[in-house]
Ligand binder design. Structure first.
Ligand code: SF4
Length: 371
């Protein structure tokens, strides 16, 4: 991995001479400044912010409590950056994978996973990914670009509308939990992810609780400290190996920051309420799933307030990895448990539609047409 470059959180589109402001990427404060610069009253900013982030408006025409003149003026200076549903695929287990098109024709994916006690959405933070994890389908795309804050939250707004419609719900925000584990490495796009988190947690917006949002990283060590200081949501580490040799082989990021560097960063992570660090460990047959791996993993996590999610690998044709069998996965879990490490085997959601962990690569496996 090279030097990490982060694009600014506000993006522009349209002719170079007259860039249109991406309003849905702005904080309420920045939106207020924008309206003041137009000579409008500050309360207009709050009105528009609520349209964008509570109701998920995708055009100025929907903002019916603004005058027609103001809506026309906004249309000439600003844009509502959104994403458009391109494809919907339904799994037999209730998971729905959405493919969305961005304003510049890029494809990203979001995965909705309903369960009896929660409605979780997994969002993407980049088009493609630069991290090159060898077992991951997204890595084969490379990094195309970062997503703007508006494009990250637009996935949430769009799926909220789908869930309301599909499940006949009236609540504005039926999704209860968010995980940043879709396409991309969130901490590689930290500024925009941070801005998106602030929008998602804002009271005038969707008002998600920080306890219900988890951001996953492969371990960009310097960014973990910033993440701890500048956000209040939960952290997950995508670990996937118990020693440097194996991890460097399957996750190139480990050549830059070794497991010891990563564990040091995690140990410095402030453990606030509900901020126990989650370690994701994808079990791959013969790669990282031996008894020795389990013992080494337990030793690594000694003294860390952690839990481990074990995920049996979802096979991606052509990548050359196999899934760990059920009995081996259970043995691995029991070894961790015997060393007093909380470990769970996670159900693989959406495996049949390539919506599971590490399978997001705009692959069309449509088993059923969208209703
Ligand atoms: S596992 Fe995550 S960080 Fe690694 S290549 Fe895939 S999307 Fe990127």
């Amino acid at each position: 991995m090279g030097t990490l470059k982060v694009k600014p959180s506000v993006t522009y589109c349209g002719p170079v001479q007259q860039p249109a402001v991406d309003l849905a990427s702005l904080s309420l404060e920045a939106l207020t400044t924008f309206f003041t610069s137009l000579g409008e009253k500050p309360f207009r900013a709050r009105q528009v912010y609520k349209w964008l982030h509570q109701r998920g408006a995708t055009s100025f025409d929907e903002m019916t409590d603004l005058s027609k003149a103001l809506r026309e003026r906004l249309s000439s200076t600003a844009v509502v950056r959104t994403v458009t549903k391109d494809l919907e695929q339904r799994s037999v287990d209730g998971t729905i994978k959405y493919r969305f098109q961005t304003h510049d024709g890029r494809m990203i994916e979001s995965v909705y996973m309903p369960s009896p006690d929660r409605k979780t959405l997994c969002v993407s933070t980049q088009v493609g990914c630069a991290m090159g994890c060898r077992f991951c389908a997204t890595a084969t795309l490379g990094l195309v670009r970062h997503l703007a804050p508006s494009e990250i939250v637009a996935q949430v707004h769009a799926v909220n509308k789908e869930v309301r419609r599909n499940e006949g719900l009236e609540t504005l925000r039926p999704i209860t939990n968010l995980v940043f584990m879709g396409m991309g490495e969130p901490l590689h796009n930290f500024e925009n992810v941070k801005a998106a988190l602030a929008l998602l947690e804002s009271e005038e917006g969707p008002n998600f609780s920080a306890r219900h949002i988890t951001v996953s990283t492969v371990g960009l060590v310097p960014m973990i400290e910033r993440f701890a200081l500048e956000t209040d949501v939960k952290l997950a580490i995508s670990l996937n190996a118990s020693n440097d040799e194996t991890r460097s082989e399957i996750m190139p990021v480990n050549k830059k920051w070794k497991i010891a560097d990563l564990m040091d960063a995690v140990k410095r992570f402030p453990v606030k309420q509900g901020r126990r660090v989650t370690f994701e460990y994808v079990l791959m047959n013969g790669v990282n799933d031996t008894d020795d791996d389990a013992h080494r993993l337990a030793a690594l996590l000694k003294d860390v307030p952690a839990k481990v999610n074990l995920i049996q690998y979802n096979v991606n044709p052509g990548l050359g990895f196999d899934s760990t069998e059920d009995n081996r996965a259970e043995r691995f879990r029991k070894i961790l448990e015997s060393q007093e490490v909380a470990a769970f085997i996670r159900a693989n959601r959406g495996r049949d539609i390539a919506a599971a962990c590490g399978q997001l690569a705009n692959v069309d496996k449509r088993p059923s047409p969208a209703p």
